[in-house]
Design a protein around this ligand. Structure first.
Ligand SMILES: [Zn+2]
Length: 455
């Protein structure tokens, strides 16, 4: 809150909004003065030279009177901007922002359209979580933007509290395949170049928008409850077929436990490069070649990334502080799959996680870990243990009914721990739910597992 006050003192909300979304974990990302409703992005890209020429049409609505506003945008050159078809009075570009003063101030509640034509050699943005965003592979492209890398390839209001629909056209050399978040609407080839057109019809967080380009072959997972396709380098075909042979079963299990799979499609990419960790995107999971060993060595990761489609992508925390709502569930999903596939019980995974946490510093609250520890493994493991403790208190039936109620009521929405807790509390044990969250999520000392899980 102190941060917000400081920002407002510098720049009155009446004319600029806040120059960020006001999230203390990412103090420069986003802008609270308007909400984007739709992005229509057209990318003309050359893989071999990493050259991009693009147009973004941004449809937004102001939430206050705006004499100027900002878009997150990094590392590319702007050719032309219009707001409502007119050239702005002024445009200033900093390392991470475009600050636009339109010819006429925008009224509160006014719908407006910003068109940005831009070009350049897209590259990742540096952040305290490493280099994120648009990244060249040895032969192709990967985009992984969590939490603030979306601005490396399109101008946006880059904060998860502003989810928007997306239409994306990508043109590149026809020898490459392009995969993106939405449903593939069309694919047109002319003079050695192919245009791929995608549509995301449900609101999506900007950090989950992605473009994946490579020399990929595809495999459909026939047994899956939704159209599911795997894209991979041909030389990995055998390992991919083995490692993802139970993916349909996994989607079916999570659909039963968490409620229906939220989207029209699911896709998995296996890149020809090695990746440090797999990555989730909207309707997509991205793995490196090193995650595919042909011996189910990454089952845990496959379950984790799939679960993010419900927790993170469909239901998105509105502030980064609540990241445990994404990672705790994804980690718990790993344990649920391990038990369903006969590898290990949830109880034994919970015990192992607790033993690991017991040996680590207990100096963060996972409900407010601070930006540096946002992706700390303790947030993941302790988040899963909090869910396990809740489950053991209210019972399997009430616990999974609460999760299904939560994912259905808030599908494609923005969530908070309080919203989730409300669904579990509806089982009639509200005070116990509050107590478990207080001890597991909002305290530093590690609660006793047996006591917390059994009493
Ligand atoms: Zn995760």
């Amino acid at each position: 809150m102190e941060y917000l006050t400081a920002v407002m003192a510098q720049s009155p909300r009446s004319t600029y909004g806040s120059p960020s979304a006001g999230d203390p974990y990412l103090p420069s990302s986003g802008n609270s003065g308007y909400l984007v409703e739709h992005y229509d992005i057209d990318l003309d890209y050359r893989v071999t030279t990493n050259r991009l020429v693009a147009t973004a049409v941004i449809s937004a609505r102001s939430s206050q009177t705006l004499e100027r506003f900002s878009l997150d945008f990094a590392g590319l050159v702007v050719d032309k901007i219009t707001v409502g078809g007119e050239r702005p009075k002024k445009v200033a570009q900093t390392a991470r922002k475009l600050v636009i003063t339109p010819a006429q101030a925008l009224e509160q509640g006014e719908e407006f359209e910003v068109v940005v034509r831009y070009r350049g050699a897209p590259h990742p943005v540096h952040s305290e979580w490493g280099d994120i965003g648009w990244e060249e592979l040895a032969d192709g492209v990967l985009v992984a933007s969590q939490p603030s890398g979306a601005s490396s390839w399109f101008p946006c209001n880059d904060h998860p509290s502003n989810k928007a629909t997306l239409t994306l056209a990508v043109s590149c050399e026809s020898s490459y395949a392009v995969v993106s978040n939405g449903t593939l609407v069309s694919q047109t080839t002319r003079s050695g170049r192919t245009q791929w057109l995608f549509a995301v019809t449900e609101p999506m967080a900007t950090y989950l928008a992605t473009v994946q380009i490579g020399r990929y072959r595809t495999l459909d997972v026939v047994a899956a409850p939704v159209p599911t396709r795997i894209h991979f380098p041909p030389q990995l075909a055998r390992n991919v077929a083995t490692d993802f042979e139970r993916l349909g079963e996994m989607i079916a299990l999570f659909s039963r436990l968490f409620g229906p799979y939220p989207f029209e499609t699911y896709a998995v990419i296996v890149t020809p490069d090695e990746l440090e960790i797999p990555l989730e995107a909207h309707r997509i999971a991205v793995f490196g070649r090193n995650h595919v060993d042909g011996a189910h060595g990454s089952d845990r990761l496959i379950a984790h990334e799939l679960a993010h489609q419900w927790f993170g992508n469909s239901l998105t925390a509105g502030v980064w502080r609540d990241i445990w709502l994404h990672e705790g569930f994804a980690c718990y999903a790993e344990w649920l799959w391990a038990e369903a596939s006969g590898r290990a019980t949830v109880e034994s995974n919970a015990r192992e996680a607790w033993d690991g946490l017991a040996g680590l510093p207990k100096n963060i609250e996972i409900g407010d870990p601070g930006p540096r520890a946002m992706f700390d493994d303790r947030v993941y493991k302790r988040g899963a243990l909090a869910l396990h403790a809740l489950r053991n208190h209210v019972g399997d039936e009430a616990f999974f009914a609460a999760i299904r109620g939560y994912t259905l009521a808030h599908r494609f929405g923005t969530v908070t721990p309080q919203i989730f807790a409300g669904f579990v509390a509806a089982s009639g044990r509200g005070e116990v739910v509050d107590d478990i969250l207080r001890r597991w999520v909002y305290s530093q000392p590690l609660p006793v597992l047996a006591g917390a899980a059994r009493d």
